[in-house]
Design a protein around this ligand. Structure first.
Ligand code: SF4
Length: 323
């Protein structure tokens, strides 16, 4: 039987040591791991919420080129911030990051709060992100529980319904007092690269000796995805491209720019795409149209790179070499 990391102190220490040794040898070289700048760590943590590392890398580099410090971000217009965020999705994160940067720049003289408790007072920073920034940037012994950590701990304990509070308590008990930042990142790395949702690589796992399930619960969770078809008109003229701005109070992608939606009209489509947003896969068809939409606005092509476009609009405009 595997030693219980929940109750046994010796098991906890060994678990910790094995995990950290594995992390030292196998950690991925990621740009936010080579900095101690709290602003850069903060930006990475916000971008990584619900988003895979591969999708973040390029955005992270470009975003920091454009807004290299918290004051530059605070001074920027919201549309510029959204434009730099375009393609990453979950745009509320960008708005909150921008609002929080203003608090830090204008009310705290540019000083990022150093504790998880203070960080949680900023817009868009919940318990997980606060603990991640406080531990990684400032070495606070604050355990992080994201979806990856939750899965690892549920499998290790053999309790697939381990509640949020119990998970936090266990993570708190396990965290290394000497290396809290590395411990948190090691747990997340284990979940992201070894203890995978459907296909855990248990034979490569540094904590297999402590794991109750060893992958037995994998493959039971079915991902339910929806499919939808949607059509857009690409309207071009000498005046530019006709685009619509989404309502400012829309629940998703508020105030961002997109192509006018149309019904399939029997003419030959100019392009087909597949595009995924959250749990939905879209079959996208694009028709060429010279007239434009009544509610649309003609945007000069030179303005497009700085416009807050939805990820799909950006994809379509790139396909037609307009961006
Ligand atoms: Fe996950 Fe397998 Fe490691 Fe258990 S042994 S923590 S299921 S990778």
């Amino acid at each position: 039987m595997s030693p219980s990391v929940a109750k046994n102190l010796h098991a906890r220490v060994t678990f910790r040591n094995r995990l950290l040794r594995w992390y030292d040898a196998h950690r991925r070289d990621l740009p936010w791991r080579n900095t101690s700048d709290p602003y850069r760590i903060w930006v990475s943590e916000i971008m990584l919420q619900q988003t895979k590392v591969g999708a973040v890398l390029d955005h992270y580099r470009r975003f920091l080129e454009r807004f290299p410090d918290v004051k530059a971000l605070a001074r920027a217009r919201e549309q510029s911030v959204l434009a730099a965020w375009s393609g990453l999705g979950y745009y509320r994160r960008a708005r909150n990051l921008h609002a929080a940067a203003r608090v830090v720049a204008f009310e705290r003289k540019g000083q990022v709060p150093t504790s998880a408790a203070e960080l949680r007072e900023l817009p868009g920073i919940g318990p997980y992100t606060a603990a991640a920034i406080a531990s990684i940037a400032f070495g606070e012994r604050a355990a992080v529980v994201d979806g990856n950590v939750e899965r690892v701990l549920q499998r290790v304990t053999g309790k697939p319904n381990l509640g949020k509070q119990e998970t936090w308590r266990l993570a708190d008990a396990l965290i290394s007092p000497k290396r809290p930042a590395d411990f948190n990142q090691a747990m997340m790395e284990l979940g992201a690269t070894v203890c995978l949702p459907r296909d855990p690589k248990c034979l490569m796992c540094p904590v297999i000796d402590f794991c109750t399930t060893r992958g037995a619960h994998a493959r039971t969770a079915k991902e339910v995805r929806k499919s939808k078809s949607i059509s857009y008109a690409l309207c071009r003229s000498n005046a530019g491209v006709c685009l619509l701005q989404r309502p400012k109070d829309a629940s998703r992608m508020a105030a961002m720019w997109e192509l006018p939606e149309v019904l399939p009209n029997g003419s030959d489509p100019a392009a087909h795409f597949r595009h995924s947003i959250l749990d939905t896969d879209f079959e996208v068809t694009v028709y060429l149209d010279g007239h434009g939409s009544d509610n649309g606005e003609w945007i000069a092509q030179s303005r497009l790179p700085k416009l807050a476009l939805t990820g799909l609009a950006r994809k379509i405009l790139r396909h037609f070499d307009l961006l």
